[in-house]
Write a protein of this length. Structure first.
Length: 186
């Protein structure tokens, strides 16, 4: 049973309309990850006193689904009774493994282009990672992919700047260092 079925609360019609404007049907050409991101952008703006955000998202998500996707939801509603379970199952069902593998490959095989600055390289990689929200990698992986995708000259520059090894930095320290480099290049 959905956690929302026992709880009485109202979703405003304007909110439902916003979600219905980004409906997902489960067709092959649709991007499940982008749909989920768009839905969360809307869903994260809602707060109802006394109602857990998880429950609001579950109830609201029904209005974002149509056709095959809505049929999938109702067929699995016993198993997807939390938002975390629902979003994970949704991506597992509608974000095909082939697409996941292609996007993982873009992150793994990432290479700096000759004309890209540090900032552009970072944004380039983050775009791939954002496209592959279901890539199953830890946060520190983006630093390693970033470093390994750089030119040898840039490796040497970053290692010299860190007085050792850039890849040994935490994600936060790596981002801070990248920001300092970008500021100095400006």
């Amino acid at each position: 049973m959905l956690a929302t079925e026992d709880l009485e609360f109202e979703l405003k019609p304007s909110l439902i309309n916003m979600v219905q404007a980004i409906q997902f049907s489960g067709k092959v050409h649709e991007d499940a990850s982008a749909h989920l991101q768009d839905f969360m952008e809307i869903g994260s703006t809602i707060a109802i006193e006394g109602v857990n955000q998880d429950i609001i998202l579950l109830r609201l998500s029904l209005f974002s689904l149509v056709g095959r996707a809505k049929q999938w939801f109702y067929a699995n509603k016993e198993d997807i009774n939390t938002w975390a379970k629902c979003s994970k199952a949704f991506l597992a069902k509608f974000f095909p493994i082939g697409k996941t593998n292609i996007l993982r490959g873009k992150v793994t095989d990432f290479q700096q282009q000759k004309t890209e600055t540090i900032s552009e390289v970072w944004e380039h990689l983050q775009g791939y990672i954002q496209d592959c929200t279901y890539h199953g990698r830890k946060n520190g992986y983006s630093c390693k992919a970033f470093y390994h995708g750089l030119t040898q000259k840039m490796h040497e520059h970053l290692d010299a700047t860190t007085e050792g090894s850039f890849v040994s930095l935490t994600l936060g320290k790596a981002k801070n260092l990248k920001e300092k480099i970008v500021d100095n290049q400006s």
